[in-house]
Unconditional design. Structure first.
Length: 377
């Protein structure tokens, strides 16, 4: 969905779907007020139900600032499961049919949450392990250092189309396919919100984590719902990436802190080439023959196989190539020469008459694409 299409949402929807707001209240009752099938993504960082039985002390006798907040307390597993089932069910109702949901958790809760979300109809797409560069040690030395959290990524309905920006993820990872183990530091330093020198929130997530989640699974203008908004990390990153957010948080102090934080986020002016990674699978198909029709290449001209080397083929007037008395498409002839699968657009090069240098025929395809966009020369 584009940013302009959000702005032109029918009034009936936009009047009941608040956008770029933080709703102060209990998530179950606030979720119940939101319309069916209206958001593109849910990111949820729910209470972990850590059940800390005693205070944690470091060897130097300082007290560990652990998560012992009232919002993380549940009477027993059954109470936690009831709560999880309720918010997951509401989120599923509010998600669009092609929407997806992310939940982050630790071993204390993620397996329970995973079972429930499968039971109520979500379909798991991935689980991601967030490996923390700088985890808290196990001070008592009785277990392994807990150095990761798990994210579950699930779609509302099995088999529906959904957004996964494979090319953006690959580009973010220096042209290697992004894997399911993510190495990211915990939130610290200037990013960590503080009050009177102390952490404002015990579990503020790093923006880098949300950046990857939103870049992978939303497009510009999408609406992201976070029912456990805390300090508003999801909203801050959504604003940076030109996505919309709806946050729900029951603690008014966190709501105020999140509002101020998002207000101060610097948003680079929207410009499609900066925020939209082109997806070749969605681009208009350009047949090789268009290069001849548009006089970017001429019949009889020779193309080179690769940026170096002496192998060439001749361009025929119908857009096929001739190579050693065999004719075929740019893909067929490239496959014949390579003796294996190859995309002809990447394989063939022409001689630029101005510079006498070889250039990829992909550059010519891009010129035609630009000619097809209204207003572009
Ligand atoms: C794990 S923290 C989320 C932290 C957040 N991701 C961030 O980066 O700051 C969970 C948050 O959910 C809130 N919360 C817990 N139970 C809630 C409920 N029933 N309704 C709304 N908010 C709730 C807590 O106050 C807490 O801020």
């Amino acid at each position: 969905m584009t940013e302009s299409s959000i702005l032109s949402l029918p009034n009936t929807v936009s009047s009941v779907l608040p956008i770029d707001v933080i709703l102060n209240g209990d998530c179950i009752s606030e979720l119940k007020k939101l319309p069916d099938r209206s958001v593109d993504l849910v990111f949820a960082d729910p209470p972990y139900n850590l059940q800390l039985a005693q205070e944690l002390w470091r060897p130097n006798l300082t007290l560990v600032d652990a998560v012992d907040d009232e919002w993380d307390q549940f009477e027993n597993f059954s109470a936690y499961d009831d709560f999880s089932r309720k918010w997951l069910t509401e989120c599923r109702r509010i998600l669009k049919p092609d929407g997806t949901l992310w939940v982050i958790g630790s071993y204390h809760n993620i397996f329970r949450v995973g079972t429930i979300l499968q039971d109520i109809g979500y379909w798991i797409l991935n689980d991601i392990i967030w490996i923390k560069h700088n985890p808290m040690p196990n001070f008592r030395g009785v277990r392994f250092t807990n150095a990761h959290e798990t994210l579950i990524w699930a779609q509302k309905e099995k088999g529906s189309p959904y957004t996964f920006n494979h090319h953006a993820m690959k580009a973010l990872n220096e042209d290697l396919q992004m894997r399911s183990d993510w190495n990211l530091a915990i939130c610290s330093g200037g990013e960590r919100l503080k009050k009177d020198g102390k952490k404002l929130h015990p579990t503020q997530k790093p923006e880098a984590l949300l950046y990857r989640v939103l870049l992978a699974s939303t497009v510009v203008g999408d609406i992201v719902l976070d029912p456990f908004f805390g300090t508003g990390t999801t909203g801050a990153v959504a604003k940076r990436l030109h996505r919309h957010y709806i946050g729900i948080e029951r603690d008014p102090d966190y709501v105020a802190a999140a509002r101020e934080r998002i207000e101060n986020v610097y948003q680079v002016e929207f410009n499609p080439p900066i925020f939209v990674t082109p997806d070749p699978r969605k681009e208009t198909r350009i047949p090789f023959g268009s290069l001849l029709e548009n006089e970017l290449l001429k019949a009889g001209q020779r193309l080179f196989f690769g940026p170096t080397g002496e192998v060439t083929a001749q361009v025929l007037s119908d857009g096929s190539l001739e190579y050693t008395r065999q004719t075929g498409s740019i893909h067929q002839i490239a496959k014949l020469i390579r003796q294996g699968p190859v995309n002809g657009w990447d394989a063939w090069f022409y001689l630029d008459p101005d510079t006498s240098e070889r250039r990829s025929i992909n550059d010519l395809r891009m010129m035609i694409r630009k000619m097809q966009i209204p207003g572009k020369e």
